[in-house]
Design a protein around this ligand. Structure first.
Ligand code: AMP
Length: 213
């Protein structure tokens, strides 16, 4: 199964990708997680990316494509993958098409997570992420068992710099201008299924499962 999860920040792409990964054991590829790992390790790539990420802007396409190409050539992504947060521009989508063609792979579905602006702002400003394993929590709807501690690895939970309200607004604008046109792009290829992502994570997940069955 080769899936793309598309939707604005806060639509629940990461949460749904994790649930799909648990259910079907398909590798979850999140360019955001990969970039945050580079930032944490203070690599050159991480330092460059951080400047864009902190402003809520997109990291340049060539950096992203380099990371993705490496990932798609790894053994465990041969049978399938869930792309979360990638592609984010038409150029990235075109390059992905070209890469998949060369690897004789085809996309199965693009799941479009539809969510209101109100839900996004509420979700993101209460989201917390594990510093260590990147698991996602919410201080209102998906609390960890111990306050600020990850249930899975006991890592510390933190609020992403780009989840602060002033950056969220910019990220939504970037989504509207640069990423939303991808829905049309994939609609023309008959790959898009819309899902209501205003619901609780488990309910949205059931909708996705129905589509995949
Ligand atoms: P995410 O965790 O998917 O919300 O991504 C966090 C940030 O990482 C984004 O706001 C961008 O700055 C950067 N980023 C992640 N994926 C991409 C991508 N495919 N293209 C460009 N920038 C990206």
């Amino acid at each position: 199964m080769r899936l793309i999860l598309i939707g604005p920040p806060g639509a629940g792409k990461g949460v749904q990708a994790n649930l799909l990964n648990k259910r079907f054991n398909i590798p979850h590829i999140s360019t955001g997680d990969m970039l945050r790992e580079e930032v944490k390790n203070k690599t050159e790539l991480g330092k460059t990316a951080k400047e864009f990420m902190d402003r809520g802007e997109l990291v340049p396409d060539d950096i992203i494509m380099m990371m993705i190409e490496k990932k798609l050539k790894e053994k465990d992504t041969k049978e399938g993958f869930i792309l979360d947060g990638f592609p984010r521009t038409i150029l990235q989508a075109e390059k992905l098409d070209w890469m998949l063609k060369n690897l004789t792979m085809m996309l199965d579905k693009v799941i479009n997570l539809e969510v209101s602006k109100k839900t996004v702002i509420r979700r993101l400003s209460t989201r917390r992420v594990c510093k260590n394993c990147q698991s996602i929590y919410n201080i209102i709807t998906m609390k960890p068992m111990k306050e600020n501690i990850c249930d899975k690895c006991s890592g510390i939970l933190y609020q992403r710099d780009d989840d602060k309200e002033e950056v969220i607004k910019d990220r939504l604008e970037v989504y509207k201008k640069q990423t939303a046109p991808l829905i049309e792009y994939y609609k023309r290829k008959n790959l898009v299924s819309d899902v209501n992502a205003n619901l609780e994570a488990e309910e949205t997940f059931s909708e996705i499962i129905k589509l995949l069955e």
